[in-house]
Design a protein around this ligand. Structure first.
Ligand SMILES: [Zn+2]
Length: 422
């Protein structure tokens, strides 16, 4: 079935005038060519691998000393990693949760947005489908820019997960402007009795992430519906505004401002924050090269691979020799269950996870270079990225904002992979 799928996708690509399926896949994406993606993945692998090796050595040493495992076998890795994580980086999610009541988190989020874009979020009203749902307007200098519904709590019968969706998009109709409206839906635990709703740090990140998608939709200035907001934005660039917002959830200043213990009212302690940060970057080298192994295998498979006679297990082996630190046993048939690229929509697209992370980290680094959240950089991000939607290519937008092509350094730094640590 794998061979048939590879042959058919190649045939499809050739019928449409492309040399291979990777070229067809990238035609509507931000990445320009398979060669550009492969270079990107190899570059990142080259930079991340020393940290992955170090992660592996740390795990081996721990397994030997604490678990009595002289040889770390493939099947030991998940178990040993979890033991190591708990022993070095454990903290209580329940404890963290006490610091993030909704009454602090929402003003904290709206405060970041105000600092960046100078917009006000205000309570408003509209017909709603459930008493939990609230409606807000976003105003710039008193003028309505967009609106959104917040439907934050889980309840029976509600679809699980978190997402942004558009209720309506911005467009000009005659001489009136239809402002955009977003649905922001989450499934957080509802408040009980007179206690406020409290969020885990992961939930705070989710809220910022979805609100980032929401801002992409609501802060657009494009008048044509087909390319306003997130419409027409390349598939591998859609997560830029959302992952960008997540970064603020790791800023000490921001967290202090939006945390207050439900009983004592005290902000998040620095010591707890440091533990959260260390846990975030636990084994980031190993996790990164694993993602790169999948992404590189996917891209090579849909580029020059001989669909008729080639052996994909051999190809995967070569990729592993190049980037992996944890190599499964020879009887492992990973490709047979890699449904993302054979059954899902990720054929020659798996790289987009890392690609989007690089974009969002590098965009965020522009703020770090300017000393944190600030209006001047925020305005530029709004003008060059959020406002233009799908009206021009995402790479052009990124270059206009950053003044250069995306670089991988910021992502490595945010993941704790900096040279001094080797
Ligand atoms: Zn997203």
């Amino acid at each position: 079935m794998i061979r048939e799928k590879l042959q058919l996708t190649r045939e499809e690509a050739q019928l449409l005038g492309f040399a291979n399926y990777a070229e067809l896949s990238l035609y509507t994406k931000m990445a320009e060519s398979p060669a550009q993606v492969i270079t990107f993945l190899r570059d990142l692998a080259h930079r991340a691998k020393p940290f992955a090796v170090k992660d592996r050595q740390e795990l081996e040493a721990f397994a030997r000393a604490e678990l009595g495992l002289d040889t770390l076998e493939a099947w030991d890795i998940a178990y040993a990693s979890e033991k190591l994580r708990v022993s070095r980086y454990a903290f209580s999610e329940q404890e963290v949760k006490q610091y993030f009541p909704e009454s602090k988190v929402l003003p904290g989020l709206f405060g970041v947005v105000k600092t960046l874009y100078g917009v006000e979020v205000r309570d408003s009203s509209a017909p709603v489908w459930h008493p939990d749902v609230r409606f807000f307007d976003i105003l710039k200098d008193g003028a309505l820019v967009g609106s959104f519904y917040f439907d934050l709590y889980s309840r029976e019968g509600k679809r699980p997960g978190a997402w942004m969706d558009d209720a309506r998009g911005r467009r000009v109709k005659g001489d009136t402007v239809q402002t955009p409206v977003a649905y922001l839906t989450c499934n957080f635990t509802r408040p009980v009795g007179d206690k406020p709703a409290v969020f885990t740090h992961d939930e705070v990140i989710t809220l910022f992430h979805e609100f980032g998608h929401g801002l992409h939709h609501m802060l657009t200035r494009v008048d044509e519906l087909g390319v306003s907001g997130i419409n027409g934005v390349e598939w591998d660039a859609v997560e830029l505004p959302s992952q960008f917002m997540e970064n603020f959830c790791w800023e000490w200043d921001v967290l202090q401002g939006m945390s207050a213990h439900v009983e004592t009212g005290l902000p998040l302690p620095r010591e707890l924050f440091d533990k959260m940060l260390a846990a975030k970057n636990f084994q980031s080298g190993m996790i990164t090269v694993r993602q790169l192994e999948f992404a590189l295998f996917d891209m090579l498979l849909y580029t020059d691979f001989d669909a008729e006679h080639g052996n994909w297990l051999q190809l995967l082996d070569q990729v592993r020799q190049e980037v992996a630190v944890n190599v499964p046993l020879t009887y492992n048939r990973f490709p047979n269950s890699f449904s993302h690229i054979f059954a899902g929509g990720y054929s020659a697209g798996y790289y987009s996870y890392k690609w989007a992370e690089v974009l969002s980290a590098d965009a965020y680094a522009a703020f770090e270079e300017a000393g944190g959240a600030n209006a001047a950089t925020g305005q530029r991000f709004w003008d060059e990225v959020l406002a233009v939607g799908g009206s021009r290519s995402a790479l052009e937008s990124f270059r206009a904002f950053r003044g250069r092509d995306p670089q991988i350094d910021a992502l490595l730094r945010h993941s704790g992979m900096v040279e001094e640590a080797v």
